[in-house]
Design a binder for this molecule. Structure first.
Ligand SMILES: NC(=O)c1ncn([C@@H]2O[C@H](COP(=O)(O)O)[C@@H](O)[C@H]2O)c1NC=O
Length: 516
């Protein structure tokens, strides 16, 4: 008797060619649900309707098509279990050799903002996941294919193994299938969470992270670490949706730094040219300018030594002048919302340089995730938008409006520097960055060392409060004129007293921005 395949697919890509090979080359009989039957019949491929096979019509507008013991019995039966064979015989059930299912496009449906909840719910596939999960469970006896991309691999398996798919392949397909049904359900769960009146509740009691491979990376942080890049959701968004205009393959570290760079320039209004140069997730230079080229040059000149091999994010389209400036040094990657044709031509001379275009550099993830032994930690992203109207000026000396703007710039950068973070700025340009030190005054010293004499009359931002007045005194000795920090230390009074005695402005934000 011919072998039996069950085909029930929404995405009919490659279906006809595949079914043709199954029937002509491998003598399969095919059973299919309504729409799949129509596609196959239109191509003159012999097919049996599920409803004819089960004797039960499709009902409830397609909500019940394949949910029948003759289908699920044929999927789940074990030919090496005598009772299973008896059950099949007693119920006139034929076992399946192959199950091919892909699902209703739930994620694509909800991506349309005009879709109603009722329409979204009709796109939750029930029969499909049931068949997929049952088939994956019984991979020892049949093959499940959940994506058209595996059709040819399956046919090759049959060609190379005397008409049988190998156990290794069947097991791999089963794993892929459970990963798919998991991701599918996760998308539905996230959609339901988004319907909750408390829609900013990003931390449900059960949290899953599902992803699809974008590309396998050459290695992770170091060459001995394997790494792969996954995208969340079915449509490419964020970095998965960026276009690489030229350059070498993106690396793990490139992507980590690109995201850190994106977060910095997302702080600024896209009308105001901004540039950030990142090294190891910290900015070695960040600046605003009247033109994009000026913003980049200021950021570069902040620390030209560290900028070598850096990752650059820009918040406006790259023009020729900026491209010329960018081409003067070795950079790993550049990203901007778009790139003028003149600029593209200029970059061609540096064929290894990775140039990416990502139109939306503002939107980022709502949560961040860190894996720890036995679990992972999820937190809401630090997208708190600081409001200078809520800040407290605690010194006798009051800032002018320009000074307040400078402090705001310094504060926005400090938010994206690893703690303990100290940022020294002037003219909306970083002069020195102290990152990731174990004591705050250590970061102050590093930032001042970088800023050199330019620190005189500069501004200093600290991501956390000062536990002692030593940082204020060190900053004042180098000529810093104004400090912005969260406040909240038991010894705030000491720091404020030192600021007053040394003639500094001090602003407390009431919010800290640790970054680990
Ligand atoms: N309800 C069922 O019994 C059922 N059985 C199969 N499906 C889905 O129906 C789709 C195929 O439908 P059609 O062959 O009618 O185009 C597949 O995506 C499959 O996952 C079902 N649909 C939804 O739950």
């Amino acid at each position: 008797m011919a072998r039996l395949a069950l085909l029930s697919v929404t995405d009919k890509t490659g279906l006809i060619e595949f079914a043709y090979s199954l029937v002509k080359e491998f003598n399969f009989e095919i059973i299919s649900s309504g729409g799949t039957v129509k596609t196959l019949q239109a191509a003159n491929i012999p097919v049996i309707k599920v409803s004819d096979y089960t004797g039960s019509p499709e009902i409830l507008g397609g909500r019940v098509k394949t949910l029948h013991p003759r289908i699920h019995g044929g999927i789940l039966a074990r030919p090496d279990v005598p009772q299973d064979i008896t059950d099949l015989e007693n119920n006139q059930i034929r076992p399946f050799d192959l199950v091919v299912v892909n699902l209703y496009p739930f994620e694509e449906t909800i991506a349309d903002p005009n879709i109603t909840v009722a329409q979204a719910i009709e796109q939750i596939d029930i029969g499909g996941p049931a068949m997929l999960r049952a088939s994956a469970k019984n991979f020892a006896h049949l093959t499940v294919l959940c994506n058209p991309k595996y059709y040819n691999t399956y046919l090759e398996e049959l060609r190379q193994n005397n008409g049988e798919a190998s156990l290794t392949f069947r097991q791999k397909m089963a794993g892929e299938t459970f990963a798919l049904t998991n991701a599918y359900d996760q998308a539905i769960a996230s959609y339901f969470a988004s319907l909750s009146p408390n829609s900013d509740d990003v931390l449900p009691t059960r949290f899953s992270l599902a992803g699809t491979e974008v590309q396998s990376l050459r290695y992770g942080e170091n060459p001995h670490q394997q790494a792969t890049w996954y995208q969340t959701g079915t449509s490419a968004s964020g970095w998965a949706g960026a276009t690489k205009l030229q350059g070498k393959e993106l690396s793990y570290n490139n992507l980590v730094d690109l995201e850190a760079a994106r977060r910095i320039i997302a702080e600024f209004d896209p009308k105001e040219p901004a540039a950030a140069i990142l090294k190891h997730t910290n900015p070695c230079g960040a600046a605003l300018g009247t033109t994009l080229a000026e913003a980049y040059e200021r950021a570069f000149n902040a620390d030209p030594i560290s900028a070598f091999g850096g990752i650059v994010a820009l918040n406006q389209p790259i023009d020729a002048a900026t491209a010329i400036a960018l081409s003067k040094t070795f950079l790993e990657c550049i990203v901007a919302p778009s790139c003028d044709p003149d600029a593209e031509t200029i970059f061609k001379a540096k064929s290894n340089l990775r140039v990416l275009v990502l139109s939306d550099l503002i939107s980022g993830p709502k949560q961040t995730v860190k894996v720890i032994a036995g679990g992972f930690l999820v937190q809401a992203s630090d997208d708190f938008s600081d409001d200078p109207n809520t800040w407290q000026i605690v010194t006798e000396k009051q800032p002018t409006s320009e000074e307040l703007e400078e402090l705001t710039f310094a504060w926005k950068i400090a938010k994206h520097v690893k703690s303990n973070a100290i940022v020294i700025t002037k003219n909306k340009t970083t002069l020195g960055v102290g990152a990731g030190q174990m004591n705050r005054v250590g970061s102050v010293k590093i930032a001042l060392l970088q800023a050199k004499d330019a620190a005189n009359g500069g501004y200093l931002a600290s991501d956390g409060f000062f536990p002692f007045d030593d940082s204020v005194k060190t900053a004042a000795a180098a000529g810093i004129g104004a400090i912005i920090q969260p406040g909240g230390s038991l010894k705030d009074k000491d720091s404020i007293k030192a600021a007053n005695e040394l003639g500094l402005v001090m602003v407390l934000t009431g919010i800290r921005h640790f970054l680990h």
